[in-house]
Design a binder for this molecule. Structure first.
Ligand SMILES: [Zn+2]
Length: 96
């Protein structure tokens, strides 16, 4: 675990976060706001009752914050499957 970013800051809760949203950016185009050390493509929007901001985090941090890595990674898997289905559909369309 890195010692950079909000992970090491005082006043930022480490646990008890809830994932309120999820987004596939299509490419690694933003940075995880928790560790500020990882480029992320799949953004988990994390909310905490004792923290004023929404943090956009990667899967690993989201899993730790939510204490449910399975749920966080399942969301990514589903999103990837969706993207693959979409890609397949496009390929099929091209061949026609
Ligand atoms: Zn992170």
């Amino acid at each position: 675990m890195s010692s950079f970013g909000k992970c090491s800051q005082q006043g930022v809760p480490k646990k008890g976060w809830t994932c309120i949203g999820f987004e596939d950016l299509g490419e690694s185009s933003t940075q995880c706001e928790m560790c500020e050390n990882q480029d992320i493509r799949y953004v988990h929007q994390m909310q905490h009752p004792e923290y004023p901001d929404i943090l956009e985090c990667g899967c690993v941090c989201a899993g730790k914050m939510e204490e449910d890595y399975t749920a966080a990674s399942r969301q990514e898997t589903e999103s990837k499957n969706l993207a693959r289905r979409r890609a397949r559909w496009l390929t099929r369309k091209w061949k026609v």
